[in-house]
Design a protein around this ligand. Structure first.
Ligand code: AMP
Length: 396
């Protein structure tokens, strides 16, 4: 039985999903995490779930453990059964406008782009290198988060900094979550039965971004050179005044890298609330009347509204749908309600009864029929997009 593997490698983690090629059915999925720290491996298959705690000193260790577990559980007899591997790569820079079959030259470019995505690309590079070494015959395809955003105009991607920073150092907006936003386009096309759609797509997960989509194409997005920009996130600050970095360096004696690390890992709703980066914890605290939690949620939602209103204007107020996706967008009725109620430039109306329900469906309309613009929750499926690109690009 032929199989296909999708890998999403982070700096200290590696998510995987193994599919049966036939009907693209998931056979096994899981996560290797806490790499370089202690190591934890979780796998789900056949309605079973188990965890192994074992030292994982590299992505290579995680891959070896994954293969060992697949074999021991008779999910895989040999690596030869895997026909292709699709890799999520965050930064494709200006090189990759589409998903690409990986060869040494492509790998070199992804590695070179690590300088623009130091928290993201190196994980993917390690995983790709390990697989190329282990199984040189398997086709590997890179699916870039940035590719979907390569249609953004220069007007929207350029920063007002010395021109040389763009020309020599490639400083510009690249965006991220492109695979998820592109999936939103396909879903809205299907839902509305329209070939060409204009959407404001809100991907609100631990990382969060909003994209303005015109005629199916990304025309602007909230993330920037890196995923640190734009909205407030679980631990990322989103947009701040850049001079804060120099000021805090001077006041605390921390260097630029330490401060950037704080902006990535200790800011966002975690930093502001001092409670948690997870919205479930924040919402529980808010229900108990915790003022810090209530305030943080309100500030978070306000930034989302700011982007929606800005993108409404960029789309010349011609919007077919506003969509919510990812962990918070799909699951938090409170956040969705807070956001929608605070948009005053569009006559949106939420159906609270539907909004408050748990949503298991692929998509749900949560606006009333007299809302000026329909609002949907759509379950994102980045793995499916990666899988489809793997099959197409590797010709499987
Ligand atoms: P993601 O990055 O898309 O996996 O989203 C993860 C985030 O979604 C978590 O950190 C939570 O903040 C949020 N989340 C997941 N489930 C819920 C829920 N039921 N209610 C509120 N937030 C949730």
């Amino acid at each position: 039985m032929k199989k296909l593997l999708v890998i999403n490698a982070g700096s200290s983690s590696m998510k995987f999903k193994l599919f049966k090629k036939e009907k693209l059915k998931i056979i096994a999925e899981g996560l290797a995490e806490r790499l370089f720290i202690d190591g934890k491996f979780t796998m789900k298959y056949n309605k079973k779930k188990y965890t192994i705690e074992e030292k994982l000193n590299s992505h290579d260790d995680a891959i070896k453990l994954l293969i060992k577990q697949l074999k021991e559980n008779n999910i895989l007899n040999s690596l030869e059964e895997i026909e292709g591997i699709g890799h999520r790569v965050v930064q494709g820079g200006e090189y990759f406008k589409k998903s690409t079959l990986i060869n040494q030259n492509v790998l070199k470019k992804i590695e070179e782009l690590s300088k623009l995505a130091p928290l993201h690309n190196p994980g993917a590079v390690s995983v790709i290198k390990s697989f190329l070494k282990l199984t040189p015959n398997i086709k590997n395809v890179a699916v870039f988060d940035t590719s979907y955003h390569t249609t953004i105009s220069k007007e929207n991607y350029i920063y007002a900094v010395p021109k040389k920073w763009y020309e020599k150092y490639s400083v510009r907006k690249y965006g991220a979550h492109g695979t998820s936003h592109k999936y939103m386009v396909e879903m809205v096309q299907k839902i509305l039965n329209k070939n060409s759609v204009n959407i404001i797509s809100c991907h609100l997960g631990n990382g969060a971004s909003i994209t303005a989509i015109k005629n199916n194409k990304s025309i602007n997005t909230s993330m920037g050179l890196t995923p640190l920009a734009g909205l407030i996130m679980g631990t990322r600050s989103g947009n701040i005044d850049p001079s804060i970095i120099g000021y805090i360096a001077k006041e605390t004696g921390k260097n630029v890298y330490e401060i950037t690390n704080i902006l990535n890992k200790k800011s966002g709703v975690l930093g502001l609330s001092k409670i948690s980066s997870d919205f479930r914890d924040l919402e529980n605290e808010a229900l108990k009347g915790n003022k810090d939690a209530i305030f943080t949620i309100d500030v978070y939602c306000k930034k989302v509204v700011d982007f929606i209103v800005k993108y409404q204007n960029e789309l010349e107020n011609k919007i077919d749908a506003i969509v919510f996706t990812a962990g918070i967008g799909e699951n938090s009725s409170t956040i969705r309600k807070n956001i929608i109620k605070n948009i005053h430039t569009i006559k949106t109306k939420i159906n609270e009864k539907i909004n408050d329900k748990k949503h298991k469906e692929e998509y749900t309309k949560i606006s009333t029929n007299d809302s000026k613009i329909p609002i949907y929750i759509i379950k994102t499926n980045e793995e499916l997009m990666i899988l489809r690109d793997l099959i197409k690009v590797a010709n499987l």
